[in-house]
Structures are given as structure tokens and as C-alpha cells.
Design a binder for this molecule. Structure first.
Ligand code: IMP
Length: 427
């Protein structure tokens, strides 16, 4: 019963699509367990490139069943436009399964996300504006709307009215916006019901049975460890649990069933949105990483903030996720630097600190302590094995592995699907 979790070990955008590509045809189920259409995976199949936001990447493999678990928040209009886009390109999407317990991102959740960010001004989180936070807030406040509610009009109406009671007070009296009419929202949500119906399933049962039948199940995390609502750089985080535990709560598969937890780690660091980022670069090196690495968000089109590799963060990711392996991505982006600094610890108020400080104030004051490793200039995109890498690139990988606390089992050396070095098999 191989159940693998694949998650971002930094602030998201580590290149998870690459790891999914490597597992390719051997996976029977690909499950999203948290987040919504704030994520962005680029998956390349043949000469076709697909940008997915909500759908699990398994949607592109004909033998794989893609699953949207109970922990995901679903915007039906986005789901349909993503499905339509794939269908127009000849992709069969009929195997998709969606948990009836997944929450719906309603139009008012999107409105609240946008007005709240505007209201926060320079203290804003820099959200994707897709209604993610307000939808999870409704879930926790027990006024959320679930997929299954679409099949009972009376319950749906009561729930939408209850959710809008407080929000309309806020929208009209605090944010100076027009009130949202419950009837219109109910009508819009009901219009999605028939098309969603064939996909709705008891995904907890399906996944547990699949594992009993020895199928390979891959849990695909959105965002990354440092954006986790509990373990990330709160409040500059997303509103769900991208860390490994989220795979269990967001799918209904118990922790004893998980066999591997693979952290995707970029050979340098990026972040989108606001919040602390100790190794961020504001010079031409940062600009070069952005340009060479193509560091622009798949979902929002925003430029990503870029910086050197941070081993303190990688060690933290190993710990909070219980990582068994790393997949190091985008090593080729570093080709051409004579020297590559790597952050090995922080200096906080004059003291050397080896581990991520639990205090937000300390983390905001953290200054990186760098060790500099010699770079390489040879093209590494054709490397097929670790031995094919130039000595300095090998040493860079080995140093990162030693500092990060888990074996690096695969290395991405170029954007192409097969530009990956596999060291230890994930299956
Ligand atoms: P939200 O998820 O839209 O609420 O945004 C909260 C924070 O998470 C913001 O800083 C976003 O930029 C960041 N974020 C959300 N999704 C992603 C992602 O897929 N990659 C990187 N950052 C993300």
C-alpha cells in the first residue's frame, strides 16, 4: 500500500509538477488534500504544457484517478473552466472524484478576500484573491457550504442565509460595499449541482479501499511548508495545512498508511506575497535568479521574491513533515555562478541560531549566516546520473543534503520532463 506525500519544503512553487512527472504512469490515484485554486502546477506532457490550479496533476494520465479530497476548497466556476480547457484539448476528465465534504468557495468568499486585503493596506497578506482564507474561515466558524449541500436546496438556502447575515453587516457597515443577496448566491450554486454530481463520491472510502488493494496513492500538496497555517510564517501564510499531517486530515487516510513523505526543495529560495524571508536578495543576483529561473507565479503572474538556499528552512521542513526524501529542483538555474552562498544558520540579536526560531519577532530579525560553495559553469541539463554532474555541482548537492537532514533522492536539472536525475526510486 504505497501512499506517498509530495509537498513543498519552502514557500511553494518548488516545481512539484516535475516530481509528479517522474512518478508518471506508476500512480493509480493523485489526491489534492488542501488549498484550492490558489495553487499552480505546470505539467508538461509530450509537447503540451498544462497549467493546473485546482485539479490534481493526475488528471492528465489516462490510467490515474484524480481526487479532490475533503480538505480542499472548490470554486465550481474555476473547476468547470479548467475541465473545459482540458476537454477542448482532448483530455478525458471523467475519472475525477470530488469529496462531498469539500467546501465551496462562494462568490461572497472571493469578495471578502479582496475587500479585506484592500482594507489591510500595507499590512496586507498578499493573498491570491481567490477567496481561500474566507472559505476556510467559514469552515472553521461552521458556516461553510459543502459540495453535498448543493443536493438539498432547503439546507443550502438556510446555510447561505446564515453565512451572509454577518457578512452583509460587515460589507455594508465596515467595507462600504453593497449587501449580497442570498437568493442570487443560492441560484448560482444550484446551477453547478447537475454537472458536479457524477464526480461527487465518498473519497475516504475510495482511497482507503485503494490502499487495501495495494494501489499507489500520491498525495499532492499545494503551496509549501512555510505557508502552512500552523507551521508557517504566520500570519503570512495560506489558510490550510500543506504539511504532511494535512494529507491525512484532508483525505481521511490515517498516518499509519503513509509510506514516504517527499519534500520538494528548490536549489535556491523563492516566495510570493508578503512576509519574512531571511535570504531574500535585492541585487543583481536576485534579479538573475528570477530571470533564469522564470520565477513568475503560474496563478497570479506576480514576480516571485528570490534568494539563496536556506538550510535552516530545509531542516525545519524535514522535522515538521517527517520527510523521508527530498527532490531537489532547478539545480541548472545556478549554473554560471562562480560562488554560491548557502544560508547555514541565522544571526539573531548578535547570537548564532541553528534552527528556525519559534518566535515571529526573532524570525523577522534573522540575518542569514552564509557559507560559500564553489559554483560550476558546465551545462548540466543533459546529466542522467549523479556522476554526470560536475564535481562542484555534486558537492553543492551533497552539502545541501547534509545540512537539510534527509536524502536527496532526485534532482531536477532542466525544465523538460525527462531532465531529472533519479538517485533513489520513490516506489
Ligand atoms: P492565499 O492562499 O490566497 O490566502 O494567500 C496567502 C499567501 O500564500 C500569500 O502570500 C500567497 O502569495 C501565498 N500562496 C498561495 N498559494 C501559493 C502557491 O501556490 N505558491 C506560492 N505562494 C502561494
Amino acid at each position: 500500500m504505497p501512499a506517498l506525500v509530495l509537498l513543498g519544503a519552502q514557500w511553494g512553487d518548488e516545481g512539484k509538477g516535475k516530481a509528479t512527472d517522474l512518478l508518471g504512469g506508476s500512480v493509480d490515484y493523485v489526491v489534492r488534500y488542501q488549498g484550492g485554486n490558489n495553487a499552480g502546477h505546470t505539467v508538461v506532457v509530450g509537447d503540451q504544457k498544462y497549467a493546473l490550479h485546482l485539479l490534481p496533476s493526475g488528471i492528465l494520465s489516462p490510467d490515474c484517478t484524480p481526487v479532490i479530497g475533503n480538505g480542499v476548497v472548490v470554486d465550481p466556476s474555476v473547476l468547470f473552466s479548467e475541465l473545459n480547457g482540458l476537454n477542448e484539448r482532448g483530455v478525458d476528465t471523467s475519472k475525477l472524484l470530488i469529496s462531498g465534504n469539500a467546501h465551496i468557495i462562494t462568490p461572497y468568499n472571493v469578495t471578502v478576500d479582496k475587500v479585506t486585503e484592500r482594507f489591510l493596506g500595507k499590512r496586507k497578506i498578499g493573498t491570491t484573491g481567490r477567496g481561500i482564507g474566507p472559505t476556510y474561515a467559514d469552515k472553521i466558524n461552521r458556516v461553510g457550504i459543502r459540495i453535498q449541500d448543493l443536493y438539498d436546496e432547503s439546507i443550502l438556502t438556510q446555510k447561505v442565509e446564515a453565512a451572509l447575515d454577518g457578512k452583509n453587516q460587515l460589507l455594508t457597515k465596515v467595507f462600504n460595499r453593497r449587501a449580497i443577496e442570498a437568493g442570487q448566491v443560492v441560484e448560482e450554486l444550484l446551477s453547478y449541482a447537475d454537472r458536479l454530481k457524477p464526480y461527487v463520491a465518498d473519497t475516504v472510502l475510495v482511497l482507503n479501499q485503494a490502499l487495501e488493494d495495494d494501489k499507489v496513492v500520491l498525495f499532492e500538496g499545494g503551496q509549501g511548508t512555510l505557508l502552512d497555517i500552523d507551521h508557517g510564517t504566520y500570519p503570512f501564510v495560506t489558510s490550510s495545512n500543506p504539511t504532511a499531517g494535512g494529507a491525512c486530515t484532508g483525505s481521511g487516510v490515517g498516518p499509519t498508511k503513509i509510506s514516504r513523505v517527499i519534500g520538494i526543495l528548490k536549489a535556491y529560495t523563492t516566495r510570493v506575497g508578503s512576509g519574512p524571508f531571511p535570504t531574500e536578495l535585492f541585487d543583481e543576483d536576485g534579479e538573475a535568479l528570477r530571470r533564469i529561473g522564470g520565477e513568475r507565479g503560474v496563478t497570479t503572474g506576480r514576480d516571485r521574491r528570490c534568494g539563496w538556499f536556506d538550510a535552516v528552512i530545509a531542516r525545519y521542513a524535514t522535522r515538521v513533515n517527517g520527510l523521508t526524501d527530498f527532490f531537489l529542483t532547478k539545480l541548472d538555474v545556478l549554473t554560471g555562478w562562480e560562488q554560491i552562498p548557502v544560508c547555514v544558520a541565522y544571526e539573531i540579536d548578535g547570537k548564532r541560531v541553528e534552527e528556525l526560531p519559534y518566535s515571529q519577532t526573532d524570525f523577522h530579525h534573522a540575518k542569514p549566516i552564509y557559507e560559500t560553495l564553489p559554483g560550476w559553469s558546465e551545462d548540466i541539463t543533459k546529466a542522467k546520473s549523479f556522476a554526470d554532474l560536475p564535481k562542484n555541482a555534486q558537492n553543492y548537492v551533497k552539502a545541501l543534503e547534509e545540512m537539510s537532514g534527509a536524502p536527496i533522492s532526485a534532482i531536477g536539472v532542466g525544465p523538460g520532463r525527462d531532465e531529472t536525475i533519479e538517485i533513489n526510486s520513490f516506489l
